[in-house]
Design a binder for this molecule. Structure first.
Ligand SMILES: Cc1cc2nc3c(=O)[nH]c(=O)nc-3n(C[C@H](O)[C@H](O)[C@H](O)COP(=O)(O)OP(=O)(O)OC[C@H]3O[C@@H](n4cnc5c(N)ncnc54)[C@H](O)[C@@H]3O)c2cc1C
Length: 429
């Protein structure tokens, strides 16, 4: 049986940063034998950009980072595969077999032992048992986003040649994902109009449906209020206090009436994988692993971070499921695990520092409130327009910087800019 000192399962916003940080600490000599990162995808895409992939304004082939490249650069090992079983008592985990497209087995199922393990496997969508949920698209991973992008452009083309000449879109969930997706989609639509002839012009009606009294309910009220006029200018119809009862093939039925929808996207709420409940660890109602202030699960030497974990603070509040929280937890665990590797005591507990909330509203707009100094929460500044958009983009660059370093991040950012200049903003294939 293979053995690693530390296994990190899930190379997303938190897990990949943790693997890179720890690998660099161990260095060229030891890192590869001590640390293993497992992910079911071969390419990493930072999840907060999935709405851009979904409408074709971000090219995943260009933006995606190969795990093998990051592993080599940061001195850790990488294994492609899906976690299917977990035994915290024996400290082993099982990675499912890998199959080719024709169904033949490429890599058999394997069990690996560890001293310490970090679960960073993210989350999926919470349907809340809504009838007809299967008619909606979700944005849980890059494949979902690419599948949606293909479908969206198909519908753009179809509508431009139809008698109806109107595409009805319903986005369910007015959190950051839904709001950012609505704004980005209007930009993709306008780009599309630059490409197609005036004879084929069509209308798009985007309905953003939110059950609570305002969009962006998890963000400060001011961010929500300032986002509304921007969405209205983009002609997004916002329906707050509106509960979705059922999704059909052509519409969304709400408690306020029926909304026509050729395309429905579900962005309301998260839920971790059902399989998490079979891993012999304590989980909550949405299958997240319950962790303590040292990010340890109910089993010793097994930690969890990010969207798949639930940490309730002394005041009863919960750490939000955001990339910001996953990033902070990865930094904390890198310190904790490095201290353990050196047999040093580590008494610090995880302290979440809210650095603010930013929302991207298309190519050149954003809104947000950020902490000038996250240690002094009262000292915050409000950002709007291009400045807020840049601040939002800088979070993505920061993530790349954590895993690729400054030089490669700069090259990647410049390459992305150059590509857009040459090929246009929309990926149409
Ligand atoms: C469209 C969109 C916009 C967002 N915008 C923002 C934003 O502006 N700001 C913000 O802070 N947050 C934002 N978020 C939320 C943010 O993306 C998540 O909170 C964050 O990615 C969680 O990080 P994570 O490391 O826990 O999981 P993820 O980043 O989801 O990574 C999980 C990883 O685990 C892998 N995995 C899953 N299951 C298995 C398995 N069984 N075996 C092996 N590998 C597995 C996956 O392939 C993936 O690589 C957004 C989310 C979306 C969808």
């Amino acid at each position: 049986m293979q053995h690693y000192d530390t296994i990190i399962v899930g190379g997303g916003a938190g897990g990949l940063e943790l693997a890179a940080k720890l690998g660099r600490k161990y260095g060229r000599g030891a890192g590869k034998d001590k640390i293993l990162l497992i992910d079911r995808a071969i390419v990493h895409i930072w999840k907060p950009t999935l709405h851009e992939v979904a409408v074709g304004t971000l090219n995943p082939q260009q933006e995606g980072i190969l795990y093998t490249t990051v592993a080599r650069r940061n001195h850790f090992s990488f294994m492609l595969g899906e976690l299917v079983a977990f035994n915290p008592q024996e400290r082993t985990l099982t990675v499912g077999e890998l199959r080719d497209e024709d169904g033949s087995i490429l890599v058999p199922k394997s069990t690996i032992s560890f001293n310490k393990c970090v679960l960073a496997i993210g989350s999926g969508s919470n349907s809340f048992g809504t009838k007809g949920f299967e008619h909606a698209f979700t944005l849980e991973n890059a494949q979902d986003a690419q599948r949606f992008q293909k479908y969206l452009f198909g519908r753009f083309l179809q509508t431009s040649h139809s008698d109806k000449r109107c595409l009805n879109v319903a986005i369910i969930g007015g959190g950051a994902t839904g709001v950012e997706l609505a704004a980005e989609m209007t930009e993709a639509y306008h780009e599309m109009h630059q490409i197609i002839g005036s004879a084929n012009r069509f209308r798009i009606e985007i309905n953003l449906i939110e059950a609570t009294s305002r969009i962006l309910p998890a963000m400060p009220e001011e961010v929500s209020a300032q986002s509304m006029p921007i969405l209205e200018r983009k002609q997004v119809s916002v329906h707050t206090n509106t509960r979705v009862l059922e999704i059909t093939e052509q519409s969304v039925i709400t408690d306020k009436g029926e909304i026509a929808a050729d395309i429905v996207i579900w962005t309301a709420g998260i839920k971790a994988a059902d399989r998490n409940t079979q891993f012999h660890l304590q989980t909550n109602a949405i299958n997240q692993f319950i962790i303590n202030e040292k990010l340890e699960t109910s089993a010793k030497f097994v930690y969890a971070l990010g969207d798949c974990a639930s940490l309730t603070l002394a005041d009863g509040s919960r750490i939000p499921a955001t990339a910001q929280a996953a990033h902070q937890q990865a930094s904390y665990l890198a310190k904790l695990l490095w201290a353990a590797a050196n047999e040093r005591a580590f008494d610090e507990t995880f302290v979440y520092q809210d650095s603010g909330a930013l929302v991207s509203l298309g190519f050149d707009k954003g809104v947000g409130r950020v902490a000038a100094n996250p240690k002094k929460q009262e000292n915050t500044i409000f950002l709007k327009g291009l400045l807020a958009k840049w601040a939002h983009m800088s979070l993505h660059l920061l993530h790349h910087f954590e895993v690729l370093g400054l030089r490669k991040t700069t090259v990647l950012a410049l390459a992305r800019l150059a590509q857009k200049r040459v090929s246009g903003r929309l990926k149409l294939h």
